[in-house]
Design a protein around this ligand. Structure first.
Ligand SMILES: Cc1cc2nc3c(=O)[nH]c(=O)nc-3n(C[C@H](O)[C@H](O)[C@H](O)COP(=O)(O)OP(=O)(O)OC[C@H]3O[C@@H](n4cnc5c(N)ncnc54)[C@H](O)[C@@H]3O)c2cc1C
Length: 231
């Protein structure tokens, strides 16, 4: 069927108006949908990139941890062999010690290179404490680090704490008043602990170039003689 011309015009015009109305209605939802899709895509890309960099950081942290474990294992053996030398004087013990130093040097250098920003390094001061006598007041008594915290240079802090405990237990089981028992505890402990704290501090200062002419080996030997004496 052929429609008359004015009717066709009217139908085309109403079609155009309908399409425009439809686009007007759909424009905002479409824009919002496109914006949402762009947002989701950008977020996904960001998450993928950031998870990749977290993964890389985690892998690096694990590598560093493994390197440190390796160094610790070597150092433990080297340290006990070094003590073997100090105790026996047998130079063969130093072979492992030297091999340990050679093996760990490149790994330490590699780890050192990772420390780029000094502001991020956690520095902690070493402190020594030697409480002047008496270490007791009334029925309260100090022992171990509370009375004599030492620097680590002689490795005797725990040893001295254990000795304190043994001596204190002995004295508290012996004759006399609590005051007399604590006085005897003081007498038996003070000089030995003072010697360790002061010698250890001196070695530390020597190692940091704060004092000259300290014979570290002789000091370690002296420490061994002193600590070999009965408590
Ligand atoms: C890195 C490092 C390496 C060391 N290496 C050696 C070594 O090779 N050889 C060696 O002999 N010594 C070593 N020492 C020293 C040794 O660890 C200490 O000298 C020893 O642990 C002291 O024993 P302590 O019982 O006096 O004190 P701690 O071991 O410090 O014990 C005190 C306890 O009291 C608890 N405490 C504190 N405040 C309170 C509170 N208000 N109420 C209840 N509990 C509390 C603490 O949590 C802790 O458990 C090292 C120390 C350090 C830090």
């Amino acid at each position: 069927m052929i429609a008359p011309a004015p009717a066709v015009h009217a139908s085309v015009a109403s079609n155009k108006t309908g399409t425009r109305d439809l686009w007007r209605k759909l424009a905002w939802p479409l824009l919002l949908a496109c914006g949402f899709l762009i947002f989701i895509s950008a977020s996904s890309i960001y998450l993928v990139i950031s998870s990749q960099s977290s993964q890389e950081m985690m892998n690096r942290a694990l590598q560093v941890e493994n390197s440190l474990r390796g160094i610790l294992a070597v150092v433990r053996i080297a340290e006990s062999e070094q003590r073997g030398y100090l105790l026996t004087g047998d130079p063969q013990y130093l072979d492992t010690y030297r091999a340990g130093i050679t093996a760990t040097a490149p790994v330490i250098a590699e780890l050192k290179a990772e420390i780029g920003d000094p502001a991020k390094v956690v520095y902690k001061a070493m402190e020594a404490v030697l409480v002047p006598p008496p270490w007791y007041s009334g029925r309260v008594v100090l022992l171990g680090d509370a009375a004599h915290a030492t620097t680590p240079h002689l490795g005797q802090g725990a040893g001295m704490a254990i000795e304190d405990a043994v001596v204190l237990a002995e004295e508290l089981n012996s004759d006399g008043s609590v005051r007399q028992q604590l006085e005897r505890y003081m007498e038996r402990r003070y000089e030995r602990c003072r010697f360790i704290v002061e010698s250890s501090e001196l070695i530390g200062k020597f190692q940091m170039n704060e004092v000259d002419e300290v014979d570290e080996k002789s000091m370690v030997e002296k420490m061994q003689q002193v600590t070999a004496q009965p408590i």
